[in-house]
Design a protein around this ligand. Sequence first.
Ligand SMILES: O=S(=O)(CCO)c1ccc(-c2ccc(C3CCCC3)c([C@@H]3C[C@@H]3c3ccccn3)c2)cc1
Length: 233
Amino acid sequence: AIKHRLWPEINRITLEQLHYARLGVGAGSWQLFAEDGDMRMYRREEEANGLVVDPLKACHVVKGVTGHEVCKIFFSPEYRSGWEATLEDMTVIENISKDTLVFLQTHKRIWPASQRDALFWSHMRKVPDAQDLWIACNHSTEHADYPPNAGKCVRVYLTVCLVCQTLIDPPKQNELIKREDITCKITYCSVVNPGGWAPASVLRAVYKREYPKFLKRFTNFCIDQCKDKPIVF
Ligand SMILES: O=S(=O)(CCO)c1ccc(-c2ccc(C3CCCC3)c([C@@H]3C[C@@H]3c3ccccn3)c2)cc1
């Protein structure tokens, strides 16, 4: 297949993010800041030239869906408006391959910060040589037709990954596997540089409020989307 100019970066970042996601929260000074059922959300307080860029790592366990189904829903443009509550507009500006797209999206303004947009490539793949492990990765990129901060929005810079592992419990050989037998272990990691100045206290409050809502809404959407459909491993 013809490899795209972005392919080396896509490959490198995806593998880096996979490694990063698989590190637990033991290493590094992760602080638990939100819990909801099986969801645990951690952050590290970090600033880059005075901007809050707190890395976030969330671990969640969701019953009744597979890692492939969850990554597919996260990656696919047609589902996004169903679970991304802060989305105002979304355009696919490049179709690199069936598992790699470039998105331009604007997020609803979160007062008092000015409105943000994000331009990123999005890639999903099954992790080779691993047990039913899938990754979807979003990473900011540039595009000549959409220079940053040209319009009303401040461009954010993000690197996000969603790593999902499907577990079948009780383990079944070739008997029929039902949705109640499958569990998906999810690790969501994100680093969002807000791009332009926003008060640290405001950003940290926004992160604290929005991220738990985001992951809960996303995973509930996946359960609803998949429950009446054949299982996709
Ligand atoms: O996982 S994704 O790739 C899913 C595709 O949409 C993704 C997730 C999050 C963002 C995002 C973009 C901007 C902002 C802020 C920065 C200053 C003012 C707005 C935030 C803040 C963290 C809060 C937030 C968290 C979750 C959802 C929405 N809002 C998040 C973008 C993409």
